[in-house]
Design a protein around this ligand. Structure first.
Ligand code: EPZ
Length: 420
């Protein structure tokens, strides 16, 4: 099992290229199931989750060929409708093949996605939306068995106990674009990845209005065509590198990132003393004062502070001045990184779904274990600033969502390497 070894203390300097958005690619790959034509998706990062989705498409009769940073999808002779357990269990985002399969073939069998370390990952909103469009859905033997004659447009209300659902919105949107008549999705997710999916579907010929707002209106079409499409930059990767620049007291420039997707992150970082200057070429990030100030923040769905940036922000606040409180409203159990950060000398406690982070003067390198994609990123960030060596194990979590992380960081001057 690979590990990552970091010797902390280097200030990061230079430029870093932000890759395409993993979460946007995953639902857009699922959307290629809606057409018989070839599609070309560009600005695709080389990540484990994306190759898993390509394997799932292959099991459904679509050949998705990944060459450098683009993927070409081509329908093989026979369309299939069963997404197998051994692939779905690797990545719960596979659930978003359900909507397009129902829309295109009228049937789908998808293994029930398990939970993961950040908490139970229910899909009740997905099923509620698809049933509203007329799907007959049965859960048995760990599989979702869905079928329908022809999906019919309907009004769907997708608010759950933790707000809207990103992939729930994606699933219902992809089902509605080929349904008969009009669909209205109330309390839809507004994430940039949903906007990217909507733009992809519109380019295919779908009729979608209101995407990016809480109310999306869709008029079903008979057929959708294959398209070429450029994926948006990954806002979470970008936010992670912003914190890498700040935590190491460095000065780095992010290229190919879309600052309009990072409003709440930039707002909080600026408030604690991180300098963020945008010009035509990119975004310059540096520390404006010696000690960053503490801050209280709550994660929420877009455009609020993203839950996928919570762990990274906690690493930064662990060495800020004073006490910060970070409350997690999307995944209340998403705190496995606390114990690992405390092993590195952080002083963090948990009260329910609020973490209390008392800033310390320094962190010390230690052997730590990654637990999920974003928690692993937080441990990398802590290792960059900790005194001495940090060794991070189970880094396969990282490879799911960050392309060439140690290469990009060492190019910025970090003393980091992957060890077998
Ligand atoms: C997407 O997951 C992202 N994944 C997650 O990123 C991200 O953390 C999450 O949105 C929230 O922004 C992809 O896009 C592949 P949700 P998703 O449905 O759509 C509850 C990463 O690190 N819920 O918006 O599965 C759910 O339990 C990953 O890249 C229900 O109650 O998340 C959670 O508390 C991690 N019922 C909240 O809603 C449902 O049917 C938001 O979940 C669905 C969700």
């Amino acid at each position: 099992m690979d590990k990552i070894l970091i010797k902390g203390g280097n200030e990061l300097k230079g430029e870093v290229n932000i890759s395409g958005s993993k979460n946007s690619v995953l639902s857009i790959l699922a959307a290629t199931l809606l057409t018989d034509d070839e599609c070309v998706i560009k600005n695709v990062p080389d990540l484990k989750d994306i190759s898993t989705m390509c394997d799932i498409l292959y099991s459904l009769g679509i050949k998705a060929e990944h060459d450098k940073d683009f993927i070409t999808t081509k329908r093989l002779s026979k369309s299939k409708y069963v997404a197998p357990y051994d692939l779905v269990r690797q990545m719960r985002a596979s659930i978003c093949v359900l909507g397009p399969l129902l829309a295109k073939l009228g049937k789908a069998e998808v293994s029930l996605p398990g939970g993961c370390v950040i908490g139970p990952r229910p899909i009740d909103l997905h099923l509620k939306g698809l049933r509203a469009l007329g799907a007959d859905i049965d859960l048995s033997h760990g599989y979702i068995k869905a079928k329908c004659d022809k999906l019919k447009g309907a009004k769907v209300y997708l608010k759950g106990p933790f707000g809207s659902s990103v992939l729930g919105t994606a699933n219902v949107m992809m089902a509605a674009v080929l349904a008969e008549g009009k669909t209205i999705i109330e309390n839809a997710a507004c994430e940039p990845e949903i906007v990217d999916l909507a733009k992809f579907l519109i380019k295919m010929g779908a009729d979608i209005k209101g995407y990016g707002t809480y109310r999306i209106k869709i008029k079903g079409k008979k057929k959708l065509k294959g398209v070429e499409y450029n994926i948006i930059p990954d806002r979470i990767e970008a936010g992670t590198y912003m914190i890498a620049g700040a935590i190491t007291n460095g000065k780095i420039k992010l290229l190919n990132c879309n600052v309009s997707h990072l409003g709440s992150v930039i707002d909080k970082l600026s408030k604690i003393g991180v300098g963020i200057e945008t010009d035509t070429k990119g975004v310059l990030v540096f520390k404006k004062k010696d000690k960053l100030s503490s801050i209280d923040l709550v994660t929420s769905s877009y455009p609020g502070f993203p839950t996928d940036m919570q762990a990274q922000m906690m690493a930064l606040m662990s060495v800020a001045e004073g006490t910060s409180v970070i409350t997690e409203r999307i995944y209340p159990e998403r705190f496995l990184h606390i114990s690992e950060l405390n092993r590195m000398g952080a002083d963090i406690t948990l009260e329910g779904n609020s973490s209390i982070i008392r800033g310390v003067s320094k962190l010390s390198g230690a052997q730590v274990m990654a637990s999920d994609l974003r928690a692993s990123a937080a441990l990398i960030l802590a290792g960059l600033v900790a005194k001495g060596e940090t060794i991070i194990s189970r880094i396969y979590h990282l490879d799911r969502g960050y392309q060439d992380l140690e290469k990009k960081l060492s190019l910025l001057g970090a003393d980091i390497k992957r060890i077998k």
